[in-house]
Design a protein around this ligand. Structure first.
Ligand code: KIV
Length: 280
């Protein structure tokens, strides 16, 4: 059954925890969808884990469109959410609506935008009124890395927790259907979650959020450059990939690949013709 943005809000009322992961390609998205995830985010984290950039700010709309289309083609049931990349929504609201619309045309069911200023709330309102569901994102917001100055935990005291809650409530009032809370202490995230009617989706925000999201390359143990403390590794794909490549190299070098079953053969009649040709 197709999960909608509205359904995630119902899950909060039913106390049903929401599970999301990022994905960036067709085959992974298909496997994740069949596994039963509620939502799949084409995160701009693809800048680091897929494209090798050193931050998310380098990701372009064109790149997001390519990966969003690929993921959407693999998904039947999960809610497909596309991240709006840096500067695709900050400059003005018309740009935001047009760029979000492009991602919806690529197959996304909703978009995610970072930040909590008054201006962002206005953008959320306009996108929602245009028929585009918006997931908001507060706490640590990677697109602000150059102003924040590093990966820092937000909401570490009462004042900053209340500030995040205020922004979250503004975003909820503007129409956001869910809120990602990144790198926020458990107690602060719990208080924020209790005071919103939309679900909070935590990443490094403890167990009291209404749902959880992680970057799939961290979960699968594929991205070797850096793994945040809050990510749980469910597999070691980096090792699987390395071992597979090493075994393949060895098999090619020692001639054991390809074998008979992995090859095509001429029919006897054609083989004979070829032999005669070679001998004349
Ligand atoms: O880009 C991303 O992957 C995100 C996270 C919330 C996982 O924004």
């Amino acid at each position: 059954m197709k999960i909608t943005a509205k359904k995630l809000k119902e899950y909060k009322l039913q106390n049903k925890k929401i599970s999301l992961l990022t994905a960036y390609d067709y085959s992974t998205a298909k496997i994740f969808d069949e596994a039963g995830l509620d939502g799949i985010l084409i995160g701009d984290s693809l800048g680091q884990v897929i494209l090798g950039y050193n931050s998310t700010v380098k990701v372009s709309m064109n790149e997001m469109k390519i990966f969003t289309s690929a993921v959407a083609r693999g998904v039947k049931n999960a809610l497909v959410i596309a991240d709006m990349p840096f500067l695709s929504y900050q400059a003005n609201i018309s740009d935001a609506v047009l760029n979000a619309g492009e991602l919806i045309k690529c197959g996304a069911d909703a978009v995610k935008i970072e930040g909590g200023s008054k201006y962002i709330a206005e953008t959320v309102k306009r996108l929602t009124e245009s028929g585009i569901p918006v997931m908001a994102h507060l706490g640590f917001t990677p697109q602000f890395i150059n102003t924040i100055g590093g990966h820092v935990v937000s909401g570490k005291n009462l004042d900053t927790t209340l500030e995040i809650l205020k922004q979250a409530q503004e975003l909820e009032n503007a129409g956001a259907f869910a809120l990602v809370l990144e790198m926020v202490p458990t107690e602060s995230a719990e208080y924020i979650s209790q005071n919103l009617s939309i679900p909070t989706i935590g990443i490094g925000a403890g167990s009291k959020c209404d749902g959880q999201i992680l970057v799939s390359d961290d979960v699968l143990g594929k991205f070797k450059d850096f793994c945040p403390k809050f990510a749980r590794k469910y597999a070691n794909l980096a090792q699987v990939l390395e071992d597979s490549a090493k075994n393949y190299i060895e098999d090619v070098r020692n001639g054991s690949f390809p074998n008979e079953n992995e090859s095509f053969r001429l029919k006897d009649e054609e083989k004979e013709k070829l032999e005669n040709y070679k001998n004349n």
